[in-house]
Design a protein around this ligand. Structure first.
Ligand code: GTR
Length: 387
């Protein structure tokens, strides 16, 4: 197989724009009782909570907000990491509920030269643990910590395995132990919900760390991790910024286009990611009461950056761009004007000076230094740190 295209079987994936079916997106600014949403008050009091519930009930599962206790322990600290450029803090975040606990291992580098408190990027790492090596013996473009430190940002990471192992049997061994009711509910949380929940527990920690500016936390994820970063930012409005990199189906891309990966395929390959109700939409996208532009809209008015890679048609770059476009009107309720063009920009032409940002990087499905360098420019713009 070439060009990142996946095997075509009986449920053959479509990569032909001409074969995208005609579709009508559910209206983001109209409530289920058919009231037009004309201002942010109605959006926040009626439509926003309604959409959160629709996403929880039909796709990602519930997001439990309560737990009995949380403890933070600095397990390792080095004031002079990265040749003195950064402070390393490894923090064990232990969350207790239902007479059990989960342990989240946070790796955090804070730039020594920066004024405190400092903004931070938090990656939900869905790939190898070596990507976020605290010793820096291994360095990876997936989490280029030195680049962020040199740009004056703190950078943090957690690994999904601590929350819900990415496995259709083992995913129950983590956050789900704290919330056993979720396991039997048709709208119960599964792995992607657990990963997003974990990002919020890191947010709880950041609110206690005087070196970190908890009002400037960007939650970042790639692919399945990008589905989680988007859901986390929709659910938890403490996140100031969201970055969803190549998140594709059930991430930033519109489901109704049925381009590349589809719901039937994602549910078959990864039955442990989304709730039981979501299986009802296999080969039945039009029955969904939502589409993914509404998940983007739930991040409004906070800055959101979605990306694609040119060879990653499986994640539907055009469908991702259209998702952003269809969320623009919710940003507009807040007076936030999107600067996205009417049609997708060319390859390697990032649109950054906009609350809804986008690029389609040349290359494969991945999270690279190119992507991160643009996330830094995006944060510089929105945090007004200069260009
Ligand atoms: C693929 C999956 C995508 C995406 C990707 C990844 O196999 O079909 O939805 O999540 O994995 O996480 O890299």
């Amino acid at each position: 197989l070439t060009n990142g295209l996946h095997a075509q079987g009986p449920n053959e994936a479509n990569y032909d724009e001409a074969k995208v079916p005609k579709y009508v997106l559910p209206e983001v600014l109209r409530t289920t009782s058919n009231i037009e949403v004309k201002n942010k008050t109605t959006w926040e009091s009626v439509r926003r909570p309604e959409l959160i519930k629709l996403f929880e009930d039909n796709i990602y599962g519930q997001m439990p907000k309560k737990y009995s206790n949380i403890k933070y322990t600095v397990s390792n600290r080095d004031a002079n990491a990265m040749n003195g450029k950064a402070e390393l803090k490894q923090v064990l975040i232990e969350v207790f509920n239902n007479n059990t606990s989960v342990k989240i291992n946070l790796v955090l580098f804070v730039p020594n030269a920066a004024k405190k408190p400092v903004p931070v990027f938090l990656l939900i790492n869905n790939r190898g643990k070596e990507n976020t090596d605290p010793t820096r013996a291994t360095k990876s473009e997936f989490w280029p910590a030195e680049m962020l430190i040199d740009s004056g940002y703190a950078i943090a990471a957690i690994h999904v395995t601590d929350l819900a192992p990415d496995d259709k049997e083992k995913y129950v061994n983590g956050v789900l132990q704290l919330y056993p009711d979720q396991l039997t509910a048709d709208n119960g949380m599964k792995a992607i919900g657990a990963w997003a929940w974990g990002a919020s527990r890191v947010m709880d920690y950041f609110e206690t760390d005087k070196e970190i500016d908890a009002t400037k936390v960007a939650v970042v994820g790639h692919s399945r991790g990008g589905k989680a970063s988007l859901f986390a930012a929709a659910e938890d409005q403490r996140f100031a910024m969201c970055i969803t990199n190549c998140s594709g189906n059930t991430g930033a891309a519109l489901a109704r286009r049925q381009f590349g990966e589809r719901i039937n395929r994602i549910n078959a390959s990864f039955p442990h990611w989304f709730n039981t109700n979501y299986k009802k939409y296999n080969n039945n996208e039009n029955a969904l009461p939502v589409d993914q532009h509404m998940l983007i809209a739930l991040v409004a008015p906070r800055p959101l950056y979605a990306t694609n890679a040119s060879k990653d048609l499986w994640a539907d770059p055009t469908g991702t761009f259209l998702s952003l476009k269809n969320a623009e009107k919710v940003y507009a309720l807040y007076g936030k004007k999107s600067n996205l063009p009417a049609t997708p920009p060319g390859i390697n032409q990032p649109i950054i000076q906009s609350p809804l940002a986008y690029h389609n990087r040349e290359g494969d499905h991945n999270l690279t230094a190119y992507d991160w360098s643009n996330f830094i420019r995006f944060a510089n713009f929105h945090y007004k740190k200069g260009k």
